[in-house]
Design a protein around this ligand. Structure first.
Ligand SMILES: [Zn+2]
Length: 182
């Protein structure tokens, strides 16, 4: 593993540790939604439930750290085997396979985290990361060219006061003002 790859790996592990914690927050936010029947949210909740079931078997940071330490251990063993002239090609191959598997597991975890990140973006204030407080839809009947049509309105409010109405930012995020002072 080159230095840059290793740095990248440890950055991933750090972001996994931080992120798995927020998965729990997101899950709590999603299940508390009044419109949890909406299909997308149902999918999100199912997805998160699966992720949390995985994560709960070990605490998130333990999971990430054990993966990271396994990779490190295998790397060290591989190095030792390669330097040891009495070691067989078979032993090296076996160790390489173990290392590859541990790395793949870490990559898999990273992919899950990235996917959850994408889901999360719609459920936290884009400015301060506060939880979603309300997401509501309502329909308005308007007349258009002599016909009555339904217009779909989406209202999103975050705990910090930030609001998004039909995709346009309206309310002010209280925390982003405080944040700029620190
Ligand atoms: Zn905010």
């Amino acid at each position: 593993m080159s230095i840059s790859t290793e740095t990248f790996f440890w950055t991933q592990v750090a972001s996994i540790i931080t992120f798995l914690g927020t998965l729990f927050v997101l899950y709590r936010v999603l299940v508390s939604q009044k419109d949890a029947t909406i299909e997308l949210q149902k999918e999100n909740i199912t997805y998160l439930k699966d992720q949390l079931a995985d994560a709960k078997s070990q605490s998130p940071d333990v999971l990430a750290q054990s993966l990271a330490s396994r990779v490190k251990l295998f790397e060290a063993e591989l190095k030792r085997l390669e330097q040891d002239k009495s070691s067989t090609l078979e032993q090296i191959k076996e160790k390489e396979a173990e290392l590859k598997q541990a790395r793949e597991e870490a990559e898999d975890l990273t992919k899950k985290v990235q996917h959850a990140h994408e889901l999360l973006s719609g459920f936290l204030c884009p400015q301060c990361g506060a939880s979603l407080a309300e997401k509501a839809y309502h329909y308005e009947s308007v007349e258009y060219q002599g016909r009555e049509i339904d217009v779909d309105h989406e209202y999103i409010a975050f705990e910090c006061g930030y609001e998004i109405i039909d995709g346009v930012a309206k309310g002010r995020c209280r925390n982003s003002v405080e944040k700029s002072n620190t």
